[in-house]
Design a protein around this ligand. Structure first.
Ligand code: NAP
Length: 255
């Protein structure tokens, strides 16, 4: 049963869709960790009606505050059943030509910051489960299909997601037996604020569809550790990741 959640990147459209999907399944309270609490606070009642919500200030580019932020969220929620890691940036171009500073910011936002926060959250959840092991706690990590194989148009974004994806799966291995599980979501193109103005890729989905997949898997005792969304992307990328580079470059083309 998931009654409480902490969301890293709490203004994410996908994360909010996940919270709404989990509400009828028992979710009651959530803490949204966001860069600009003042921007989201007035919108909470309309965005996430019926949930008991708190907002805290957190920036992925400052790893120093992550452990305290998780501990404070634990105090607010009483117990954390779910941590959703939805922080991320894409922009309209994430390939060659980005400045070194822009690349550094993307690595920090999409990989280094979330990884350090996930590590702090994992230790918190392990300690929490030592005190009360009646419920499994979950770290739900938004990776991406872009993590599976780099493309010239967005290899900076893709590589940061590949780093986070690998970190999360390794963390999941290290947490076996602790009562804390890691679930990695690999959506394809999602029509959200992040992709506004971009042409949808094949197999595009909406935040709600991502949320339905996530909620379905979270409800299972023997859940998948990696969830492709939509599911057909899994077998497709099993082939794509093994194609010769020249052929992959043709398929990926200008995408
Ligand atoms: N949309 C897609 O096509 C797609 C596909 C696969 C995976 N994903 C992943 O899914 C996750 C959610 O994306 P989304 O589609 O829901 O887009 P979104 O609405 O733009 O969510 C991204 C979130 O990251 C937050 N964020 C950015 N930089 C931050 C920082 N330095 N510190 C703290 N928070 C920061 C944003 O907060 P602000 O409100 O402050 O900007 C926003 O809440 C991301 O990790 C993304 O990479 C998205």
């Amino acid at each position: 049963m998931i009654e409480t959640a902490l969301v890293l990147g709490g203004s994410s459209e996908i994360a909010q869709a996940i919270l709404l999907e989990l509400k009828p399944l028992g979710l009651k309270r959530a803490v949204l960790a966001v860069r600009s609490p003042q921007e989201i606070e007035p919108l909470l009642d309309s965005l996430l009606p019926g949930l008991d919500l708190a907002v805290c200030s957190w920036d992925a580019t400052d790893a120093s505050g992550s452990a305290q932020m998780v501990a404070d969220a634990g105090t607010t929620l009483g117990r954390i059943d779910l941590v959703v890691c939805a922080v991320g940036m894409l922009g309209h171009h994430a390939g060659r030509g980005m400045t070194p500073e822009a690349i550094g910011l993307m690595v920090q936002t999409n990989f280094a910051g979330p990884a350090s926060a996930l590590s702090a959250a994992a230790e918190f959840l392990v300690d929490q489960n030592k005190a009360d092991s009646s419920r499994v706690a979950t770290l739900l990590v938004l990776s991406s299909v872009a993590a599976a194989r780099p493309r010239k148009s967005n290899f900076v974004y893709g590589s940061t997601k590949a780093g986070l994806d690998s970190f999360a799966r390794g963390l999941g291995d290290a947490l076996v037996g602790t009562g804390v599980r890691v679930m990695v979501l690999r959506p394809g193109f999602v029509r959200s604020r992040m992709t506004t103005g971009l042409e949808p890729a094949p197999f595009a989905s909406d935040p709600r569809q991502v949320a339905v997949y996530a909620a379905r898997e979270l409800g299972k005792k023997r859940s998948k550790e990696v969830v492709w969304i939509p599911g057909k992307l899994g077998p497709l990328f099993a082939v794509f990741t093994n194609l010769p580079s020249a052929l992959w470059r043709k398929i990926a083309a200008e995408r």
